[in-house]
Write a protein that binds this ligand. Structure first.
Ligand code: PLP
Length: 395
């Protein structure tokens, strides 16, 4: 592989299982490594580079904004941040937004909002309920909210006031949401947990239970939001109206930005001094978000995400491949449950020229840029098929 630092000290803390690939540039759904080899990108970071690489409008907007103004503190407003806030609320149907810099921070903001809302009604209404196999980020409260033990190891003690229920289990949810629940956080499609879409019936019941019992319904759409599933928000497409939605990953097309969106009463919970972020909503990041929002609004853009996603899912299913047990997801958020080691298949995909991700213990996860064309989808499918065939031959 073309990387440096696979063996020797390269100055980074050793927190990532890196592949050894070193990328220098990209164009559309294509990435080029320092050795000149190019790869079709079915990962887009981790569902971040929603407009692909080297997007001309995004690059131009960032260049122009950088020349005009990169930063002022949140004691001041900027036209670009104001426009982004207005456009994000309009695109999602929410009333107010708080901008941060990442998905974990969006979750932290959602947790704080729910705690203030709950405790103002009753002092012990502070519990945050989340799902087993969820992923909400690496900061301590978001990590505590994450319902996967493997991420918790080494990092306790954890903040109190979190409870976990298995996904899609109505009885467990009914038992967990009570007068002490400040909020329920769900990912409409669990991402890191294995590309697992919650059933619509479950999400609707979760909404009803939260409403009846005074808890806030929070959807973590950091991965499945911002057009990823062929809808601006997966929760809206499922027909539910959460009080709070958290977005990040794809929102800035690669530029770090996250957001807490709230509607109705929830939109007025956080007041002066309650929350803040030095970098949150800075002119550069919000300029990027504006470009992403305007691309999502282009005629046929979201329809294309849905169509190309179906094409990929149908394609994989049509192979009836001996290693593939199930294909699930929506739009360009796709998981293939396989019986081979996902890391090995990912490695073989890279050898073929395709970048993919894994999720959970047994899932190959595809999160291509939302601009992926049908012919790129077909080309990627060809690489994936070859990789699976090679993995099967090894087994
Ligand atoms: C990635 C992710 C996060 C964390 O986002 P960071 O930007 O890495 O902090 C939170 N929730 C979900 C659903 C995610 O996929």
């Amino acid at each position: 592989m073309s990387g440096m630092g696979e063996s020797g000290f390269d100055g980074f803390m050793d927190t990532y299982r890196r592949t050894g690939l070193v990328f220098e540039s990209g164009e559309g759904a294509q990435l080029t490594a320092v050795d000149g080899r190019s790869y079709l990108d079915f990962a887009s970071g981790i569902g971040v580079s929603s407009l692909g690489h080297g997007h001309p409008r995004l690059a131009a907007a960032l260049g122009a904004q950088a020349a005009r103004l990169i930063h002022v503190s949140n004691y001041y407003n900027t036209p670009v941040a104001m426009a982004a806030a207005r456009e994000l609320c309009a695109a999602t149907g929410f009333d107010a937004v708080f901008f941060g810099n990442s998905g974990a921070e969006a979750n932290e903001g959602g947790i704080k909002l729910a705690r203030k809302h709950g405790s103002s009604k009753s002092p012990d209404r502070t519990t945050i309920v989340t799902l087993v196999n969820s992923f909400h980020g690496r900061t301590l409260a978001a990590l505590t909210a994450t319902g996967q033990e493997k991420f918790h190891k080494h990092f306790g003690p954890f903040p109190a006031g979190f409870a976990y229920v298995p996904a899609d289990d109505l009885a467990a949810l009914d038992a967990a949401i009570d007068g002490k629940t400040a909020g329920l956080i769900i990912e409409p499609i669990q991402g890191e947990g294995g590309v697992y879409p919650l059933s619509v019936a479950y999400m609707k019941r979760a909404e009803t239970l939260c409403r009846e019992r005074g808890a806030l319904l929070i959807c973590d759409e950091v991965q499945c939001g911002m057009g990823r599933t062929g809808a601006v928000l997966a929760s809206t497409a499922a027909g539910i109206r959460p009080d709070v939605v958290l977005v990040a990953k794809g929102l800035g097309g690669g530029v770090p930005i996250g957001a807490v969106l709230a509607r109705g009463e929830a939109a007025t919970v956080l007041g002066k001094g309650d929350h803040g972020s030095t970098f949150g909503g800075n002119p550069l990041a919000t300029a990027a978000a504006r470009v992403v929002l305007s691309e999502l609004a282009r005629e046929g853009f979201l329809e294309s995400v849905a169509r190309v996603g179906e094409l990929i899912m149908d394609g994989i299913r049509s192979w009836k491949h001996p290693l593939v047990r199930e294909v699930r997801g929506r739009g360009l958020m796709i998981g293939a449950v396989i019986t081979a080691k996902p890391d090995r298949v990912k490695e073989l995909c890279a050898e073929e020229g395709l970048l993919v991700l894994t999720a959970g213990d047994d899932v190959i996860r595809l999160l291509p840029p939302l601009i992926l064309t049908e012919s790129q989808a077909m080309k990627g499918l060809g690489f994936l098929k070859k990789a699976l065939d090679r993995a099967f031959a090894e087994s």
